[in-house]
Design a binder for this molecule. Structure first.
Ligand SMILES: Nc1ncnc2c1ncn2[C@@H]1O[C@H](COP(=O)(O)OP(=O)(O)O)[C@@H](O)[C@H]1O
Ligand SMILES: CC(C)(COP(=O)(O)O)[C@@H](O)C(=O)NCCC(=O)O
Length: 399
């Protein structure tokens, strides 16, 4: 995806006025969230918003880069003048350079010197778990049609009752996986994790299928049939179910079990079958560990985030089925449209003058075609894979 050109909004050839930028620099991907102010249409706050006098209208934008290509990200920040933000002041030309930007993720430590050297900016580090929770709480409370369930191939948006949000288990599937019990704003505990996560799928998948990109590997999985590689209960039980312990003949008994066959080598398996089997194995495993942790703490809601998911139907289906199966329908898996941007949103929220309270989301909308950050899509909230081509229309209100 091409990212390194100036961002144009609404056909305006001038670069947009950026007020805020925050980063989440992870093991695999760098996520950016930035706010652009709409030109000249600030408005009075809604009547039901007490204690505020004025508002700034704008959009939250999302973009991502591979961490291995961090120089592309630096160039994007520089080309789009994302460091020229003057905050949310009501000044026409806010061009005072910031001396720091908020950043989270391991890369905020690892690449701190690089940002200083190349952009002359310091990274003010925010705790990754803190940011994930803040980002998830913001999305769940403020953005309409954000959370959804996925069962039997169909998505259903969940209307979240703010008074009945906590507790929940947040499972962030990035390079590795963190499981966090969330009890409120800033109230959480990381209760578990596993190193078998998104990096495992991408790393093993690359070695086994020679895929050149994550998207290629994911695309392969669409066309694959895991039964060519996985050993099913029926393969062991002569085509029969093992109903006494609740296993149908089509249940996977052993992931990759058929690969032990003596007369077959890697080349004898189709890359698409390998990809599908791997995706199934990892998603299933995460679903099961998540359920076990939900059970530990009596949590009924498990919310999955992280860029591994990529709104991919097979991934979500596998996770949701695992949670449903193991919990006998007691626990519910939920997914988020802005799944990959929790940490970056949390870092964005950590600017002092910008809390959950002063950012009011009006609507989520696709960028106009000429304003997308590289890809033109007709975004459908039900089908879409959010890849940095969408922005959230919002207002920031000040006392
Ligand atoms: N374009 C991509 N390139 C690499 N990995 C991707 C891509 N899109 C999705 N992924 C998946 O997302 C994972 C990273 O998720 P993310 O939430 O960004 O975690 P991190 O913070 O560790 O980078 C990767 O390990 C991979 O499984
Ligand atoms: C170390 C991490 C928090 C880093 O976050 P990431 O970049 O993977 O999003 C994560 O990879 C993780 O939680 N790994 C699992 C480690 C474990 O609990 O075994």
């Amino acid at each position: 995806m091409e990212h390194n050109r100036e961002v144009e909004i609404d056909g305006n050839s001038n670069p947009i006025q950026i007020s805020r930028l925050a980063l989440d620099i992870g093991g695999s991907l760098i996520k950016l969230v930035f706010f652009s102010r709409n030109s000249g249409d600030d408005e009075d706050p809604p009547k039901d918003l007490v204690g505020v006098s004025s508002g700034v209208n704008g959009r939250l934008h999302f973009a991502k880069f591979e961490t291995a290509k961090i120089n592309d990200c630096l160039q994007f920040i520089s080309a789009n003048k994302l460091l020229l933000g003057g905050g949310f002041q009501h000044q026409e030309n806010c061009t005072n350079d910031r001396s720091f930007i908020k950043a989270t993720g391991g890369g905020a430590y690892k690449f701190s010197e690089l940002f200083k050297e190349k952009l002359g900016i310091s990274l003010e580090k925010e705790d990754e778990m803190d940011c994930l929770v803040t980002g998830a709480n913001f999305l769940l409370k403020a953005v309409n049609q954000e959370a959804f369930t996925y069962l039997n191939g169909s998505k259903e948006f969940v209307q979240i009752d703010h008074n009945d949000l906590y507790p929940y288990l947040l499972v962030n599937i990035g390079s590795g996986v963190s499981m966090i019990k969330v009890d409120g704003d800033g109230k959480f505990e990381r209760v578990s994790g596993t190193s078998v996560g998104g990096g495992t799928f991408w790393g093993l998948g690359k070695l086994l299928t020679k895929s050149q990109s994550f998207d290629e590997l994911l695309e392969l999985s669409h066309r694959g049939d895991n039964r060519a590689i996985d050993t099913l209960v029926g393969d062991i039980y002569g085509g029969m179910d093992y109903l006494k312990i609740g296993l149908s003949s089509t249940t996977i008994a052993s992931s990759f079990g058929k690969a032990t066959s003596h007369n077959k080598e890697l080349e004898d398996y189709k890359p698409e079958d390998i990809s599908r089997s791997l995706l199934r194995m990892i998603s299933n495993n995460i679903g099961q560990i998540s359920y076990l942790n939900a059970l530990r703490f009596g949590l009924k809601r498990i919310i999955f985030g992280g860029f591994f998911i990529r709104s991919h139907s097979y991934t979500m289906d596998t996770i949701a089925v695992a949670v449903h199966f193991w919990s006998k329908g007691e626990a519910k898996a939920m997914f988020l449209r802005h799944e990959g941007f929790l940490g970056a949103l949390g870092a964005f929220m950590s600017y002092e003058t910008h809390s959950l309270d002063d950012l009011v989301v009006n609507q989520v909308m696709p960028l106009p075609v000429n304003a997308s950050l590289g890809t033109d899509t007709n975004y459908d909230p039900l089908k879409g894979d959010l890849n940095g081509t969408e922005s959230i229309q919002c207002s920031v209100y000040r006392a």
